[in-house]
Ligand binder design. Structure first.
Ligand code: PLP
Length: 247
């Protein structure tokens, strides 16, 4: 990866447009308006300058999966003094340890990856302390792949029962990943399972929760996820073509 330049900015603009078009096409193919799906640009592969260029290209929602790399980017962003025309909103999409909450929570607009009652309680407490209500998704593991993160589907109802009333969180949907290396049809079946699970929980917790969001789909499978109702897609690799592989 070379440093940021006018050339890298132009590549990133092209990538951003291409991804937006592909997402819009997937929406159209499944009869959904293009506004139904928000793209979270995942910046974990690149230095903050490239994330900044993506933000300037018009990608207003950025995602990181490790607290330290989120903090580092924000620090560099701030100390650089570069003002973005558009200041991005950050999503946290990875496993969050409780001792990282204090520094992470003020920086993010949404957590995609709630995976335990203890984390929910600690997050809610801190959110209340700083006067926030954090939009939060529960990460579910619908694959048979034990290495994946998230809670098993059969534990979701219990977790929601224990966390639905926490004052600092607004749990408003689910997040999931497809099995590593899954073929498109297999990924689509997994996303369909997530959507069914959401529908079942919406029934079960009607009046208590509004589970309107589904965060699913990455560079390799966002079309399948959109076909199954994704409202947030988390896209990294496709946005960094020509950046990551330039020497
Ligand atoms: C890295 C990452 C993504 C982006 O994946 P790509 O295949 O690079 O688009 C999405 N979600 C999570 C949780 C990630 O860690």
């Amino acid at each position: 990866m070379r440093g940021p330049s006018a050339e890298s900015a132009a590549i990133i603009v092209r990538n951003w447009r291409r991804v937006q078009e592909a997402v819009a096409e997937a929406c159209q193919a499944s009869g959904r308006p293009p506004t139904a799906v928000q793209i979270v640009g995942v910046t974990k592969y690149v230095d903050w300058e490239f994330a900044h260029q993506l933000s300037n290209a018009g990608c207003s929602q950025l995602g990181e999966n490790r607290p330290q790399s989120l903090w580092t980017k924000l620090e560099q962003w701030q100390t650089s003094g570069t003002s973005s025309e558009l200041s991005p909103q950050w999503h946290f999409i990875g496993h969050l340890q409780r001792n990282k909450i204090r520094r992470t929570l003020p920086a993010i607009v949404r957590l995609h990856s709630l995976d335990s009652r203890r984390l929910a309680i600690a997050l809610s407490q801190e959110a209340v302390a700083i006067g926030r209500i954090l939009p939060t998704l529960v990460e579910v593991n619908v694959t048979l792949d034990n290495t994946k993160t998230g809670i098993p589907a059969n534990e979701l109802e219990d977790l929601l029962t224990q966390t639905a009333d926490l004052p600092g969180l607004r749990i408003d949907g689910l997040m999931a990943m497809s099995s590593f290396g899954a073929q498109p049809e297999a990924a689509r079946r997994e996303f369909a399972k997530v959507c069914q699970l959401r529908d079942a929980m919406q029934q079960r917790f009607s009046g208590q929760l509004q589970l309107s969001e589904l965060s699913m789909g990455m560079s390799g499978d966002f079309a399948e996820a959109i076909a199954e109702g994704a409202t947030l897609v988390r896209i990294g690799t496709s946005l960094w073509e020509g950046i990551l592989d330039t020497h």
